[in-house]
Ligand binder design. Structure first.
Ligand code: 5GP
Ligand code: ZN
Length: 117
């Protein structure tokens, strides 16, 4: 097993607040939420970042993106949400296991993300 913290969360070796799990995907709340609702969706397969993907990852990436809207609604975000993927050093990625942040909550986004008008 590698050292990846998200692989350990997926394996149940580190506790988390789980949102969803199936054969290919895992979703859990961010330990340091930046909004009333903030969870992450990850492939169970260890992919370090979006910079490491190629055509072989298309099925799992397609499955992941096709699930985001349903998961967001299930977490109480019927009016929309912010989707964030940080990639690499310049993208300020902290955990090198590909993850999509889903961030939302009533009228919070303007305060938390300066570029959001
Ligand atoms: P990144 O900057 O890589 O896109 O974001 C990594 C995210 O993972 C951060 O928002 C951070 O709060 C979250 N995180 C880091 N370690 C843990 C952990 O052990 N458990 C959970 N639930 N989230 C974590
Ligand atoms: Zn991993």
């Amino acid at each position: 097993m590698n050292d990846c913290i998200f692989c350990k969360i997926i394996a149940g070796e580190i506790p988390c607040k789980k949102v969803y799990e199936d054969d290919d995907l895992f979703a859990f709340h961010d330990i340091n939420p930046m909004a009333p609702v903030h969870f992450m969706v990850v492939p169970k397969q260890h992919i370090a970042s979006l910079a490491e993907t190629d055509a072989s990852h298309a099925p799992v990436l397609g499955k992941l993106f096709a699930k985001l809207g349903e998961l967001a609604k299930s977490q109480g975000l019927p009016d929309g949400f912010r989707t964030i993927i940080n990639t690499g050093r310049v993208g300020r990625q902290e955990v090198y296991h590909l993850h999509v942040h889903i961030v939302g909550g009533p009228d919070q986004l303007g305060h938390m993300l300066p570029r959001n008008k």
